[in-house]
Design a protein around this ligand. Sequence first.
Ligand SMILES: CC(C)(COP(=O)(O)OP(=O)(O)OC[C@H]1O[C@@H](n2cnc3c(N)ncnc32)[C@H](O)[C@@H]1OP(=O)(O)O)[C@@H](O)C(=O)NCCC(=O)NCCS
Length: 309
Amino acid sequence: MTNADLEKIVDTSDEWIVTRTGIRQRRIAQDDMSSADMAVEAARRALEMSGRTHEEIDLIITGTVTPDYRLPSNACIVQERMGFPNAVAFDVVAACAGFINGLSIAQSYIASGVHKRALVIGTEKLSSITNYEDRNTCVLFGDAAGAAVIEPSENGHGLLSTYMKSDGSMRDWLWMPTGGSRTPYSADFAFDGTDKIQMAGSDVFKVAVKKMADAVQNVLRDAGLTVDDVSLVVPHQANIRIIEALAKRLRVGMDKVYQNIEKYGNTSAASVPLALDEANREGLLKPGDNIVLVAFGGGLIWGAAVLKW
Ligand SMILES: CC(C)(COP(=O)(O)OP(=O)(O)OC[C@H]1O[C@@H](n2cnc3c(N)ncnc32)[C@H](O)[C@@H]1OP(=O)(O)O)[C@@H](O)C(=O)NCCC(=O)NCCS
């Protein structure tokens, strides 16, 4: 879906969207493709890249706010569809920080010896919760999935540290007010847009920059590194201006910050694995490089991970 397509739906312009967000197009899944369908495809490719078997995966974590069903989890659907006989599977609801949250849970379980090998997935069909009559939000979001296989490292490479934090006091800055147990749908429900994403955009913008910078500083401190040791920052792709402001706050040049927002928009939990995969395929990640992942989303919740490639 291009900006020109959106111009036909709401009162907006390519010029406004590009200058205010950096987004030129976003992918929208077909009606018959769900977030679990995309998760299965991403998981299949990640497993193939890892060279591991289905039997070797004993933990599946899916970050998503757009599961196929409220019950069961998308992770259980992936388990059933792909056949992981030895795994426990569950979802985390951490919005755009869902993939990094999944990484941090997997890291803790693996480090403690509870699990040996995890499949971490971020998948979102945000088009299913986007109000295409609201120009404040509908230009921002897209659909995508990404996945990674996590296992113990024997050479000091891999995840060095992770950091997560949240603050529920700003929960109504980015939320879906209805449809949950507090306000379940009824026969006379108005469907007035409250069942879709609502956002206080400029408030979220300011907190996102500050908290993502905090998360990067904390995760680097925990890993015994400074920003000068970092080869590439792979941030959540929400808005090019957020990414630029983050770079400025961290005092890193934009040449050290990966961005692909113009092609996909904000894909929530899928954004970081999608960007990391593209950076890898573009040959930007060299063995021994320190890579920082960082994300921020509805909750509000934010987090970062540092890994040695
Ligand atoms: C949403 C966002 C792009 C808006 O940019 P902004 O510079 O903050 O713009 P504002 O909200 O101040 O709105 C400015 C004006 O543009 C208008 N506008 C909003 N969306 C528009 C659109 N798609 N096309 C044209 N005009 C638009 C607004 O109505 C407002 O008009 P007004 O001044 O007449 O009321 C920006 O705030 C943002 O990216 N926020 C964070 C979003 C995000 O990342 N959320 C997820 C976090 S994971």
